[in-house]
Design a protein around this ligand. Structure first.
Ligand code: UDP
Ligand code: MN
Length: 254
């Protein structure tokens, strides 16, 4: 049948989390044959995410693993300072290796705040080894993309460290499930140089430039955007109490 698309999503508790997950899930509702692996960056699974996933009706797996304090971004740190989602994505990979067999499947890393065209999922579904495509609004550019010549990837349109083996964002590729099984050591690490997560993973899978399958009309169309959500201020919560003697209801989940 149709290959299953396995989606690995790291997520963490913050004011915008349920909004992000709602938007993403309502995109995924339009995609056939998916299995959503959601890994909370936390010592325990939260009720919010557990309830949320249950009501989607999806095939899903809910996992959790906490990022060690030393590697965790402080709220005022710039986002590029430390890698995000490393142990969570590895937990997703470990689950895939123990819970899937060599059935047809594809793996795609889906951050909870990006924006996905439905067309992207059908572009990646029949990935033989590794599919690649442009990512919009990333790397302080309009887009980053593999450069395609005569149907093959020959280089990269990326400003930041373009000499990395695979200088692209996590949203820029999908991998055949068989490759995950044949390379059990491939994964992510908190110890690698900044910007090298994708390169570390794909190098670990034994991927070469020649293996890359350019999608999205030979990498000429943007079907995913690295959107980021503004951090919400709650500065009137306390003032509400001081000025009007009113408090928001903690039983209302936001
Ligand atoms: N994330 C996480 N723990 C964190 C920060 C981020 O699990 O401490 C998740 C986040 O929910 C997202 C992914 O990791 O799915 C990438 O994080 P983010 O979108 O903040 O990174 P950026 O957009 O800056 O690359
Ligand atoms: Mn993001």
């Amino acid at each position: 049948g149709l290959p299953v698309i396995y989606l690995i999503t790291p997520t963490y508790t913050r004011m915008e989390q349920k909004a992000e997950l709602t938007r993403l899930s309502q995109t995924l509702m339009h995609v056939k044959n998916i299995h959503w692996i959601v890994i909370e960056d936390a010592d325990a699974k939260t009720n919010l995410v557990a309830r949320f996933l249950k009501q989607t009706g999806f095939n899903y797996t809910h996992l959790n693993v906490a990022t060690p304090a030393h590697f965790k971004l402080a709220s005022n740190d710039p986002s590029w300072l430390k890698p995000r989602g490393v142990l969570q994505r590895n937990a997703g990979l470990a689950w895939l290796r123990s819970n899937t067999k060599k059935q047809p499947g594809v793996l795609f890393f889906v951050d909870d705040d990006n924006t996905y065209s439905l067309r992207l999922f059908e572009e990646m579904r029949f990935t033989k080894k590794v599919s690649v495509w442009p990512v919009g609004i990333v790397g302080y550019l309009r887009y980053e993309t593999p450069i395609v010549t005569d149907g093959k990837v020959t280089g990269w349109f990326t400003y930041f460290k373009p000499t990395r083996p695979f200088p692209m964002d996590m949203a820029g590729f999908a991998v055949n499930l068989a490759l995950i099984h044949s390379h059990p050591g491939a994964g992510f690490s908190n110890e690698v140089e900044r910007g090298y997560q994708e390169s570390t993973f794909l190098t670990g899978l034994g991927v070469t430039l020649d293996d890359l399958e350019p999608k999205a009309n030979m990498c000429s169309e943007v079907l995913v955007w690295h959107t980021r959500t503004e951090k919400s201020s709650l500065r009137n919560e306390e003032k509400m109490w001081k000025k009007y003697g009113l408090q928001s209801d903690p039983n209302i989940e936001v």
